[in-house]
Design a protein around this ligand. Structure first.
Ligand code: KIV
Ligand code: ZN
Length: 514
């Protein structure tokens, strides 16, 4: 359980749970382990690894994270019902330090329309869930979902009851991103003042970003006594996302004069963590995003450049290297051997399940090094996401070619392997990518709708690998596929097939808040 001190801000990361609730961002167990390892290296206090009761796959992922992580507390979410709490308790059992996070909605609109419960029933469920959770761990968090629209007197009653039942952290969520900083801070202040024995627990806040105020609201909560912030890398999360970890942490660090609080975060790991989460989930980071956007430390105007050269602090309140921007260092090249590659992967916290998997990656590394002189850490990360994508391949790209010429209709030819059988198709389209997707569709007839197509360069230079994200939807399911290659048409084909393979896997899971 995190140490309770008044001068420490506890960072609770929910990228693997609330972040995973973003459309198409569901992660496999292996992906979660990779991110969890990086979050541990980043120094987050608590990793919310998932919602164990959602599906057998989610249970296995939370359990695997609990088995792997030693330096952070591992947490599972659980609705305030017996089965959820028991599944969460079983999943976190292997953890060195494990937490159960149980929640129930407390606003009239949720109680009436979603839960169909009255206030007494909600209190009864909350208390029972906390007591049951304590049978598995002494670290139990309770959240009053939609606290922002809950009646204050009722919130005080619920929180009082769960403290008496033994909860150690009380979380106050702005589930729908409705609050504004002054009102949110005041709500937290009043709760701490009115709830009996409030000093015995950690007060936490969990803010969504529907009005773009999640970070501001979270910081206002801290200024009014909250000592835990729930946040995600890159602000990933349900709808407009959650408070972004990097912004919260850097605000508290940069304005220590105001907050006078420390976190355990190693800020030099922020950018590598952001890149890893972006490449695994397929959510690109906007260039002007604070802290982790490509332009966050770029000075375009002549006046700014001149000022920064003369005296850096004229226009910079933080140093790029303090948040990990210099991590983009030359890693390996064409002549690097198996040992060098293995060592680099170990430094990046990437492990292989088998020698064959490593051999396949080494082969792909060599192919990449033939086309690209300098191989950076980001290229290696992309190589393994490609490799992971190939594991559950129903649809596999064997070969492809695309041709475009001014004045002529672009064409593409694709060869694919489906269940051991080879298929060929040609396509024509508005551009080479469109022609390639049409050729693939001639073979698979997926009936999907393309919701998003985006290309990002992984590193700089014209020989950089392009990383493509494709979001497909079908029958209410949404998936993101990624692919990386020095040829962006090939990267696009890989991303499209990766998305189709995810749809094909038919992973079904429950949503915690529905
Ligand atoms: O937004 C929310 O209220 C949540 C809870 C489960 C904490 O995610
Ligand atoms: Zn949430």
């Amino acid at each position: 359980m995190p140490e309770i001190t008044k001068d420490k801000l506890i960072i609770f990361d929910t990228t693997l749970r609330d972040g995973e609730q973003s459309p198409g961002a569901s992660m496999t167990r292996e992906m979660k382990i990779r991110i969890a390892r990086q979050l541990e290296k980043l120094g987050v206090d608590i990793i919310e690894a998932g919602f164990a009761a959602a599906s057998p796959g989610d249970f296995a992922a939370v359990k695997a994270v609990a088995e792997t992580i030693k330096g952070s507390t591992v947490c599972s979410l659980a609705r305030a019902i017996e089965n959820d709490v028991r599944r969460a308790g079983e999943a976190i059992q292997p953890a060195k330090s494990g937490r159960i996070h149980t929640f129930i909605a407390t606003s009239p609109i949720h109680m009436q329309h979603k839960l169909r419960m009255n206030e007494d029933q909600v209190v009864e469920h909350a208390v029972r869930a906390v007591k049951l959770a304590l049978e598995y761990t002494d670290d139990v968090e309770f959240s009053a979902e939609d606290a922002v629209r809950s009646d204050m007197d009722f919130l005080v009653r619920v929180f009082d009851a769960v403290i008496k039942a033994g909860a150690t952290t009380l979380n106050v969520p702005d589930t729908v991103g409705y609050s504004i900083p002054a009102a949110w801070g005041e709500r937290i202040r009043q709760l701490i003042a009115r709830v009996p024995d409030s000093h015995k627990v950690i007060w936490s806040t969990h803010c969504h970003n529907d009005l773009g105020l999640a970070v501001a609201n979270s910081l206002s909560a801290v200024m009014n006594g909250a000592r835990q912030i729930e946040c995600t890398i890159n602000g990933l999360g349900e709808r407009a996302g959650n408070a972004s970890l990097e912004e919260v942490v850097m605000a508290v660090k940069t304005r220590r004069d105001i907050f006078n609080l420390d976190t355990r975060i190693d800020t030099t790991q922020i950018v590598p963590t952001s890149k890893l989460v972006s490449s695994i989930t397929g959510y690109p980071v906007q260039p002007n995003k604070a802290i982790v956007g490509a332009n966050a430390f770029a000075h375009e105007s002549g006046i700014h450049q001149d000022g920064v050269i003369k005296h850096r602090e004229t226009y910079e309140i933080m140093r790029a290297e303090d948040v990990g921007w210099n991590a983009n260092k030359l890693s390996l090249g064409k002549l690097s051997g198996r040992n060098a590659l293995r060592q680099r992967f170990t430094a990046l916290n990437i492990e292989f399940r088998s020698e064959e998997a490593f051999n396949a990656t080494f082969q792909r590394f060599k192919e990449l090094a033939d086309r690209k002189n300098e191989i950076f850490d980001e290229d290696l990360q992309a190589l393994v996401s490609d490799e992971a994508a190939q594991v559950s391949e129903h649809y596999r790209l064997v070969a492809m070619g695309a041709h475009s010429e001014t004045g002529a209709m672009p064409v593409a030819r694709v060869v694919m392997n489906i269940d051991g059988k080879e298929h060929h198709a040609d396509g024509q389209g508005g551009g080479p990518v469109d022609a390639t997707f049409k050729a693939i569709e001639q073979i698979v007839h997926s009936g999907t709708e393309l919701q998003l197509f985006s290309v990002n360069n992984i590193t700089s230079g014209t020989d950089a690998q392009g990383e493509v994200t494709v979001r497909l939807s079908k029958g209410g399911r949404i998936v993101n596929g990624q692919g990386a290659d020095t040829d962006i048409v090939v990267a696009s084909a890989k991303a499209y097939l990766n998305a189709l393979n995810k749809l094909h896997s038919k992973l079904e899971r429950a949503h915690p808040q529905v």
